[in-house]
Ligand binder design. Sequence first.
Ligand code: ADP
Ligand code: MG
Ligand code: ZN
Length: 470
Amino acid sequence: MKYELVSGFETHIELQTKTKIFCGCTTQFGGEPNTHCCPVCIGLPGTLPVLNREVVRFAIKAGLAVHGEIASVAKMDRKNYCYPDLSKAYQISQLYAPLIIGGYVELSSGKKIRLHHIHIEEDAGKLIHRHGDTYVDYNRGGVPLIEIVSEPDIRSVDEAREYVEKLQQVMRYIGISDCRMQEGSMRCDVNVSVRPEGSETFGTRTEIKNMNSITNIVKAMEYEYDRQVDLIESGGKVVQETLRYDDVSGTTSSMRSKEDAHDYRYFRDPDLVTINIPREEVEALRAEMPELPADKCRRYIDALGIPEKDAQLLTKYRRISEFFDAAIEGVKSPKTVSNFIIGQMFRRAETESDKEQFDLPTTPQQLNALVKLLDSGKIRNNLAKATLEKMLDTGKPATDFISESDMGGVDDNALLALCKAAIEGNAKAVADFRGGKEKALKALVGNVMKNSRGKADAQAAEAKIKELLG
Ligand code: ADP
Ligand code: MG
Ligand code: ZN
């Protein structure tokens, strides 16, 4: 029998607010253990949390970016559980009245992965296992998170990968998080079940906790799919449980049997007031939103004539798309600019964080000036390419590497004059060409190249000569 994979994701994203969700401590990553903490975020008696407004604003932006509905009223709840990384023995989260309801992430196929809701909550601390001992660092405790809960709409590992990448991309664009999976600022709980193809009901799911790389998500899902199918095929039953993925062995193992919401004895946090969200505030945030990557990508394809694959590369990181936007100002063909960026500049921004920063020595204005020289016919493509390399090496403008003589003689008028001269001075080649010898054209182009001391564009010269003879 063939089985279909069914998956839903719970994605935690750390928000880049300056301070924590309920106190004034810094949210900075790292730091000496237990130096970014105070009595509030470790929950000492006698302290009271106060909600950071910026967290609500960031979460609303996240909601708008995924087309969710922004609640008018939201509340904070306590999720009770005991673990050494959570000194209060409860996490302040949202269950009954989350900030964002619904929404979706659209994949490139056009399929929409629906979202159930997005809520805000505090992060827990971190356990560090070393030399057979366990230490606890509360620096991360109280760092604001949003949790994005999808519907079980994902049907393959490819859809899962794209879902995570799209979320990562859009949340980075709106500037609420760096979404670095390896640093833990984006983590996914991956729910997996299988069912016979064609079946309408869902199978029992397992939940793989805290996945911190897309590669591991894919491997864990593949492993879990096979494990569940084998189990069912051999007459067994999938047990609903929480799993951990071990990336060394590439297998999942049980952490605990799955608890339900009621096990956490959620209740309204009596220390925090109801959050009212005025519609004017939502509209003000909507007005502040940048153009979203999906819209940008569409516009590059439809309005600028950029091939789809290139448009995707240009919009994957916000800084790159902004570089492109600035560099195409007034140029004849945005595609030329795109080719320079993808063909030459990408090689100098290899890692993901390089691409995120896109902080190369050449400015968009410098690239723009180079492309305008090319547009005007003053320089040829090969010279432009070589010049860009030198620009990228030094941060200097194109004009530092291109002399007046490089630029002289090959603008449109000069090219016309050279072509006319070649035709007049080579009656035999002209006659041969007219007689059907295509090759004779080469001699004429060669003449233009010689008289321009190699600075004319051979293709342009050929086209011009054909036009003159045609
Ligand atoms: P809980 O809050 O107990 O983890 P939820 O019902 O809210 O449970 O679901 C959590 C996640 O599990 C959601 O992302 C949802 O899409 C996913 N999910 C629910 N049922 C299934 C299933 N049968 N197979 C795969 N994923 C599922
Ligand atoms: Mg869950
Ligand atoms: Zn604190």
